[in-house]
Structures are given as structure tokens and as C-alpha cells.
Design a protein around this ligand. Structure first.
Ligand SMILES: *Cc1c(COP(=O)(O)O)cnc(C)c1O
Ligand SMILES: [Zn+2]
Length: 404
């Protein structure tokens, strides 16, 4: 760990580590559930110290970590593999294409990275209960990390979350409260809970260390691409915290003098859950009225980190686009069949965005080096692809029963 303070991403005020917990005390005053968060905090490190100590031969990511290792849960998280997929790259007119397989985290999604760090912070603070609202993956991640750290997890999820995710949470020993309504309703309830009854709130972007946790995916991408900055990184976007976290990784690397440019961040949303896309395109924020997408992990009415996600896209010279559920499920199948990586619909959304981008006027130039972040494991929701495939019927166990 390196010394750090918090800085408000809206007003720029800085605070010492234990002076604040969630939002900027000033800008957070104008926040109320039902609008994107205001006063989201970012960790600002001693970048000279990081730059001086970082060694590519033995990369120590703890230099970029805002919680001491002594408090880290004993469940290894992150360090997921990144596969180079040359065949797909050639087809899409790219120089290099990589798939970062974050579905191989312990609970099967990138959310483990955020839960890990918030659990470490809870241990540092001596708080034994962590509370979260989630579409599913953040909750199963929190439940897994809390199980390993000996902490309690209280989780509010929409009652329609995919079965596998609910099974995970219960099996890991969390207290699971399905909520009648949407993810946004669950979010509101969890805020009320921690305000009135206690515990540490892990809600995405609301707790600043969720962004810092997700940042580690970006740091690893840089290292796994050979300590080179990719030209573009494709990220599926719901609340906009993964894209904000990946951006923060490269911002930190640049502040430390380790890189000299940022990758373009390409945010991909489902057509019915497109609040951030419209915000980036028009500069005017409005909720997604009816997010019905099958990609449950990115189904969000009011994205918590809408402001931060927009900044990440703009500062990096990136863009956003939307894809239909049909494009998402086709992309999921194509990615599985072509690369061996089976990612849940929300994970495949990033690849669907790449396919769509390369077919249009804003295509990345030939020779570009791109990364797809596959954020969650396909086994978390087998119902989604089952709507498009059929399992072949059984045959008699004789060779003649097989077609030739
Ligand atoms: C949470 C999640 C996302 C979206 O991340 P946000 O920070 O909400 O934008 C994408 N894919 C998967 C699998 C997720 O669990
Ligand atoms: Zn502020």
C-alpha cells in the first residue's frame, strides 16, 4: 500500500482516509436515491512513490492498493488469465485482440475485486457486517469474500435474479433478502439499512473502494498486454463502475509516470438499459425507463456512476454504443464457440459491441490492439442461452444410431 487521500470527483476537495466513508460530505448532500451519485470519491496516491518503487519484473500491485495487506481476506481474487485470440482479431480487422476472462474469479465475476477490497476495509475498521444491493454478481461476490474473511453479509437482490447467483449467495452463508421490485429499489433499501441500522455499505460507487477494487482489472490488462497500453478496451456497462475502475487504473499508471497515454474506453450497454450511452451522446442525463435486458448484470434504471462513466469515456477519447439482446446472445454463442470462453450475457455484451463497432463507420483501424473484458462466467445464467439452443435428444448406445 502507498499513502493516499480521497478527492471528490465533483468539487475536488480532498479528505484524509478516515475523514470520510462514502460520498463527499459537501457534494453528497445533493444526492438522493433515484439519481446518479454525486460526490463520488477517488483515491489519490503518492504517485512519485509508486513510480519509484514499481518494477515490471516483479509487479507489486499492492503499491496501488488503498488497504493494507494485513486486512486482505484469505481468498485470492483477480489475476485472471487474458487469452490472445488471433483468429477473431483477423476477422475483425484488428492487429491484436485479447479476452480478459474475469469469469474465472472465485465467485465467477469481476465483482469479486470490489468485494475483496471493501471486506478488507471492513476488517480494518473493525466492522463485521457488510450490506449491499446487487443485481446478483456483486452479492455473490460479497458473500464469497465475507465467507473467507469471517464477516457477515446482508444482501438485497431483486427477486428475479438468476437462480445460480441466488444459490451462490445462500450457500456462501449470506443473509439474502430478495426484494419485490427492481435493483434500484434494492439499492435504496440497502442505503436506508446502513444509515439506520449500521454495517458497512458496499453499494457500487457509493463506497469508493468498489472503484479501486475494480481498478485491478485494468492494471492486470496493462501487464498482460506486455506492459503496453491497448488502443481500446471494451467494457459492458451497467452502473458504470467497472468502466470507471478500468479507467482509474490507467490514470494511476499515467500519474505514476509508468505510461504516457490512456486506452480508449468503449462502453457497451444493452439497448433497453442505455442511460449512460444517452448521457454520453447528449450530455443530458435521463433514466432508462424500462430496462428489460436478459443481460441481468447490466440491467439498471439509474446508474450509480453515470457521471464517472461519462468522464472515463470522454477523457479516454472513447465512445459508447448499444446492442440488442439478440446481438448479445449471438455474441455469447460466437465467443464460446470460437474461443472457449463462456461468459454470461453481460460479459458478452462487450464483444457484441466490438462486432458492431467494426461493422460501422467508427471501426477501429486495422492493426489496432483491443481487449474485451469478459466480466462474468456463463454458468451463472444458463437459462439465457438455452432460449436459443437445444440440447440434442439421447440415442440408443449403438454406433448405427449416430448419423454418419
Ligand atoms: C456488474 C457487472 C457488469 C457491469 O458493471 P458496472 O460497474 O455495473 O457497469 C458487467 N458484467 C458483469 C458480469 C457484471 O457483474
Ligand atoms: Zn465534493
Amino acid at each position: 500500500m502507498t499513502p493516499f487521500s480521497y478527492r471528490c470527483t465533483d468539487c475536488g476537495r480532498t479528505y484524509s482516509r478516515d475523514e470520510v466513508r462514502y460520498l463527499c460530505p459537501e457534494c453528497g448532500k445533493s444526492y438522493r436515491p433515484g439519481i446518479p451519485l454525486t460526490g463520488v470519491l477517488e483515491a489519490v496516491f503518492d504517485y512519485d512513490a509508486i513510480g519509484a518503487a514499481f518494477d515490471q519484473a516483479r509487479p507489486d500491485w499492492n503499491l496501488f492498493c488503498p488497504v493494507e495487506t494485513a486486512f486482505h481476506p484469505p481468498l485470492p481474487v483477480g489475476n485472471t488469465p487474458m487469452a490472445r485470440v488471433d483468429r477473431l482479431a483477423a476477422e475483425l480487422g484488428l492487429g491484436e485482440l485479447w479476452v480478459k476472462n474475469d469469469g474465472l474469479n472465485p465467485s465467477g465475476s469481476l465483482k469479486d475485486r470490489a468485494s475483496f477490497l471493501v471486506a478488507a476495509e471492513a476488517r480494518r475498521l473493525g466492522i463485521d457486517l457488510i450490506v449491499a444491493a446487487s443485481t446478483g454478481n456483486a452479492a455473490s461476490a460479497l458473500a464469497a469474500v465475507c465467507a473467507s474473511a469471517g464477516l457477515k453479509a446482508l444482501i438485497f437482490v431483486p427477486e428475479k435474479a438468476p437462480k445460480a447467483k441466488l444459490v451462490q449467495m445462500v450457500l456462501y452463508g449470506a443473509t439474502v433478502v430478495p426484494v419485490k421490485g427492481t435493483y434500484d429499489d434494492a439499492f435504496r433499501l440497502s442505503l436506508e439499512y446502513t444509515e439506520k441500522r449500521g454495517g458497512l455499505n458496499r453499494n457500487t460507487a457509493y463506497h469508493p473502494l468498489t472503484i479501486e477494487g475494480k481498478k485491478t482489472a485494468g492494471l492486470e490488462i496493462w501487464a498482460q498486454a506486455g506492459f503496453r497500453v491497448p488502443d481500446a478496451i471494451f467494457v459492458s456497462v451497467g452502473d458504470g463502475v467497472i468502466i470507471g475502475g478500468v479507467h482509474k487504473a490507467f490514470v494511476d499508471l499515467r500519474r505514476a509516470g509508468l505510461i504516457d497515454r490512456l486506452p480508449r474506453l468503449i462502453g457497451v450497454q444493452a439497448e433497453s438499459s442505455d442511460a449512460i450511452h444517452r448521457y454520453v451522446e447528449t450530455g443530458v442525463y435521463a433514466d432508462a425507463a424500462n430496462p428489460t435486458t436478459r443481460a441481468d448484470s447490466i440491467s439498471v434504471t439509474c446508474p450509480s456512476n453515470a457521471h464517472g462513466a461519462r468522464r472515463a469515456v470522454q477523457e479516454s477519447g472513447g465512445l459508447t454504443l448499444t446492442v440488442t439482446d439478440d446481438e448479445i446472445l449471438s455474441a455469447q454463442a460466437a465467443l464460446a464457440a470460437r474461443t472457449g470462453i463462456f461468459t454470461e450475457p453481460a460479459g458478452a455484451t462487450a464483444y457484441a459491441g466490438l462486432v458492431k463497432l467494426q461493422a460501422g463507420a467508427k471501426a477501429l483501424p486495422s492493426g489496432a490492439r483491443a481487449v474485451i473484458l469478459a466480466t462474468g462466467n456463463g454458468l451463472k445464467d444458463v437459462e439465457a442461452p438455452l432460449s436459443r439452443i437445444s440440447i440434442p435428444p439421447a440415442i440408443e448406445p449403438r454406433l448405427e444410431s449416430l448419423p454418419r
